[in-house]
Ligand binder design. Structure first.
Ligand code: FBP
Length: 409
């Protein structure tokens, strides 16, 4: 058997082949050679890769694409064709956004978007300066989802009101909400950002959806997910039967299933919160976090570690991958707002993904997914992640409320 390795001289190859011949009883001879040469082997003509044995050190590429996964979900009766195609369209838009984000300064997409009149930065309905990539990602998602025929309306963090599907296109039975680019403060500094989306059913009889049609509790979501644009681009998805992770294979251009059924450990020693807001939090939150910071010598009797990326997608992805608790509580910097994060297209989709992975999601006082929304861009306090840790945080609020109630009697 002759084998040509591009990088090694003829002698080295012959030597390697001889040694291989020597070890011809090693059934894994092909793999053996690859380990020795530390190089991806180039099979000689006629040899089929798929029956070539792989050594344990190199895992074969996952072969379940997002398309196949969704078709199998449909075959299992868990989703219908329309929802499958809608999710595929959103995933494709995320691939386009991933390319734009990946280009960074080379693509001229960094920095603030200019207001349409050309003077100063453009500001969204939340009063936040819009980044160029916020606006671009919003347009990419709108364009991709307008003509598909699956939707009756779209709502976005970057748009004041929901947008009905243009009359020229057929309409469908679903409503799509998204935060086109989450983690705006990290866009220009090359830290992971992402896209978060949520899918609801359009109420019976409604063809031209209005804002009010979107105001459904998180439990009504039929699908939710996010794409995270980090060292690799990943898509994390639930259609109500577990939470699954896909990694974008840039060579093939497909999302490949890399984790089926993500599970969040119930216990954790890691918390994520913007500590600089500590003095602005209410007493129960300050007491809960102080107990974590007190570590072994404190009421929790063990040490906790802290992480804060400042992009919800990245912080929640870490928690779905290895556990932890993510908190963005009420603070008195803006006392009139229940929290910073938006219920409909940040908190609700993340809460469904976390619960479907065995975690919990709360406002501190109630299950987040049961909140009845009253506005498209309403904000909410968020505590989500490892079930027992969320329960710990809730206990501080319950205790404080019981004490307050006792005092008021
Ligand atoms: P947007 O970037 O989409 O507005 O999202 C809000 C967000 O960036 C979250 O991703 C993140 O968890 C949080 O705000 C960070 O807040 P802070 O800047 O206070 O740390």
């Amino acid at each position: 058997m002759s084998f040509i390795c591009q990088r090694h001289s003829q002698t080295e190859n012959t030597l390697a082949a001889d040694r291989l011949q020597e070890r011809s009883n090693a059934s894994n001879e092909f793999a053996f050679l690859r380990i020795r040469t530390r190089q991806r082997a180039v099979p000689f003509p006629g040899m089929k890769l798929d029956n070539a044995p792989f050594p344990t050190s190199v895992k074969p590429m996952p072969s379940i694409t997002l398309t196949r996964f969704l078709i199998e979900e449909q075959r299992a009766g868990r989703i219908n064709a329309d929802l499958r195609l809608l999710i595929e369209v959103v995933a494709r838009a995320c691939k386009v956004i991933s390319i734009a984000v990946g280009k960074g300064a080379l693509g001229g997409v960094l920095g603030d978007a200019t207001a349409s009149g050309g003077d100063g930065a453009s500001v969204n309905v939340q009063g936040e300066a819009q980044k160029k990539l916020d606006v671009l990602s919003n347009e990419i998602l709108l364009e991709a989802n307008a003509w598909g025929g699956h939707l009756a309306g779209i709502a976005s963090e970057e748009m004041d009101t929901s947008q009905p599907i243009p009359d020229i296109y057929p309409r469908g039975n679903y409503l799509l909400l998204f935060d086109p680019l989450d983690g705006s403060s990290n866009i220009d500094v090359n830290i992971s950002v992402g896209t978060i989306f949520s899918v609801l059913r359009c109420p019976e009889g409604v063809t031209r959806a209005q804002d009010a049609d979107f105001l459904q509790p998180g439990t009504a979501q039929v699908a939710a997910g996010y794409a995270v644009y980090g060292s690799s681009t990943m898509l994390v998805l639930t259609v109500g039967h577990g939470t699954h992770a896909f990694t974008l294979d840039r060579e093939v251009g497909s999302f490949m299933l890399t984790t089926r059924g993500m599970r969040i450990p119930e216990e954790t020693r890691e918390f994520a919160i913007n500590m600089s807001n500590h003095r602005h939090w209410d007493k129960p939150m300050q007491a809960y976090i102080d107990a974590l910071l007190a570590g072994k010598s404190g009421p929790r009797g063990r040490d906790f570690n802290m992480r804060w990326v400042g992009s919800m997608v990245a912080d929640v992805h870490r928690i779905l991958s290895r556990g932890g608790v993510f908190l963005y509580p009420w603070d008195r910097k803006e006392p009139g707002k229940p929290g910073k994060l938006r219920l409909m297209y940040e908190a609700n989709p993340m809460a469904l993904l976390v619960e479907q992975a065995g975690g919990a999601a709360s406002t501190g006082r109630e299950r987040l997914l049961e909140l009845q929304p009253d506005a498209l861009h309403q904000r909410v306090a968020v505590i989500l992640g490892s079930k027992n840790e969320v329960a710990q945080a809730e206990a501080y609020y319950r205790e404080a409320d019981t004490r307050t109630a006792a005092c008021e009697r």
